[in-house]
Design a protein around this ligand. Structure first.
Ligand code: 6PG
Length: 467
């Protein structure tokens, strides 16, 4: 009997995707470049319909045609190597799916190369970490629609389900699936950093003990802030270190890592004139955190403001922080969805924003209650230029700016760094400013470089002889 799908790459994500597929009734062939991971999986199979192969050729020949091969391999060169090893064994119409965090431009290059060989290629954004891979991730497939249709029954079945709807939708040609995943991760970076800043305020300004902070996040998770990242933050804050008995959060070194997707999101935004300041600030916050030794040294030389000790009304301020966090999140998602919209227009992609919000409701790391409203906003106004001006969010941010303003100014006056909360407020204020100071920038550019400017009153391009 032939296998219905193959998975290459048996690290934790690949292994869990294979188990997920087998659990949904697929016969799954698996292959790993090194034998050890295959053997580790085989030991745990217990009657699951997963079949290991140790040679690429045997793996490929075990699959029914058109062959569907799912790669869960480290992004970058390893993907090219696997494709190179696979293609001599494939036939016209076979399909390769890349489920890793590949850069969308690499996906487009691979798509083009395989298209010329008439092999289907889907770049598939997958979010949800290892649990999501096993129990149902959010899935963002990009490539040719007819190729997607051949894999849709499997992909929709293994995806997270929300109210009976799979968190998987076709995301237009070529690299768009991986692009959507990339910006998802940019939003993820911003969302995580905003939560970290709310935690800082609770901790440093309100002096709330870790256990109590866990309660606050748990309460927030029952309201409009309800989201996976708020939920896990409450759980993280409750966790005790087995070695010292202290809250685990207090023994974790304050140096953030990153694997590149937030950086790619920032670069793409910068390259294409897209305002993504909250996302880029969250990336830079990780970079500054990584300079731990320098920060420790600077702390012995540089001081913050003096005499800022003042007692704040705890409950009143907890609600200001809740408002600030909600508004920050709205601004961060607004930037991410603007990046989708502007890129979609630039590249002629027609990204389905309403559906992207829908598939983010389950399985993925940025899943959040308010994605329902985001999706409805795009349903009501498909050409919505920015989420901030949708009726629902415009009213929310108008109300909640008080919280964000109070928290940012109190934090800044106290010398606390708030890269993403302050970037959110700046974004909000810049976006609602009808007459900005860019007139002065234009005048300066024209003064020193004859770069010209436009006028408010007369159409055309002007240069002044300033001297
Ligand atoms: C997801 C995650 C996932 C992964 C990122 C984290 O959506 O499931 O985003 O893709 O955890 O690689 O990236 P950093 O290591 O850059 O934080």
């Amino acid at each position: 009997m032939l296998n219905t799908i193959g998975v290459i790459g048996l690290g934790v994500m690949g292994r869990n995707i294979a188990l997920n597929m087998a659990g949904k009734g697929e016969r799954v062939a698996v292959y790993n470049y090194t034998r050890d991971l295959t053997d580790q999986l085989v030991v745990k199979l217990e009657g699951q319909s997963i079949y290991p192969y140790y040679e690429v050729q045997d793996f490929v020949q075990s699959l029914e045609t058109p062959r569907k091969i799912f790669l869960m391999v480290t992004a970058g060169k390893p993907i090219d190597s696997v494709i190179q090893a696979l293609t001599p064994h494939l036939e016209l119409g076979d399909i390769i799916m890349d489920g890793g965090n590949s850069h969308y431009e690499d996906t487009e290059r691979r798509y083009d190369a395989l298209k010329s060989k008439r092999i289907g290629y889907l770049g598939i954004g997958i979010s949800g970490g290892e649990v999501g891979a096993l129990k149902g991730p959010s899935i963002m497939p990009g490539g040719d629609q007819d190729v997607y249709e051949k894999t849709a029954s499997i992909l929709t079945k293994i995806a997270a389900q929300v109210n009976g709807d799979p968190c998987c939708t076709y995301i237009v040609p070529k690299g768009a699936g991986h692009f959507v995943k990339m910006v998802h991760n940019g939003i993820e970076y911003a969302d995580m950093q905003l939560i970290a800043e709310a935690y800082t305020f609770l901790r440093e300004k309100l002096q709330i003990p870790v256990e109590e902070m866990a309660d606050i996040f748990e309460t927030w998770n029952q309201g409009e802030l309800k989201s996976y990242l708020i939920e896990i933050t409450a759980e993280i804050l409750r966790k005790k270190d087995e070695v010292t008995g202290l809250p685990l959060i207090d023994v974790i070194l304050d140096k953030a890592g990153q694997k590149g997707t937030g950086k790619w999101t920032s670069i793409q935004a910068i390259d294409n004139g897209i305002p993504a300041s909250i996302i880029t600030e969250s990336l830079f916050a990780r970079y500054i955190s990584a300079l731990k030794e320098e920060r420790v040294q600077a702390n012995t030389i540089l001081t913050g403001p003096k005499n800022v000790q003042q007692t704040l009304d705890k409950n009143e301020w907890i609600d200001y922080i809740r408002q600030a966090l909600y508004m920050g999140k709205v601004c961060a998602y607004a930037q991410g969805f603007t990046q989708y919209k502007m890129t979609s227009e630039l590249f002629g992609w027609d990204l389905p924003l309403k559906d992207i919000a829908l598939i983010f409701r389950g399985g993925c790391i940025i899943r959040a209650e308010f994605l329902n409203v985001i999706s409805e906003s795009y349903q009501e106004q498909p050409d919505l230029t920015n989420l901030l001006i949708s009726p629902y969010f415009a009213e929310k941010v108008t109300d909640y700016q008080i919280g964000l303003r109070k928290v940012v100014s109190e934090g800044i006056n106290s010398g606390i760094s708030f890269p993403c909360l302050s970037a959110s407020l700046t974004y909000y204020d810049s976006y609602r400013t009808s007459i900005s100071n860019a007139n002065l920038l234009q005048a300066q550019r024209d003064y020193f470089g004859a770069h010209t400017y436009e006028r408010r009153d007369i159409a055309g391009v002007f240069h002044t002889n300033w001297l």
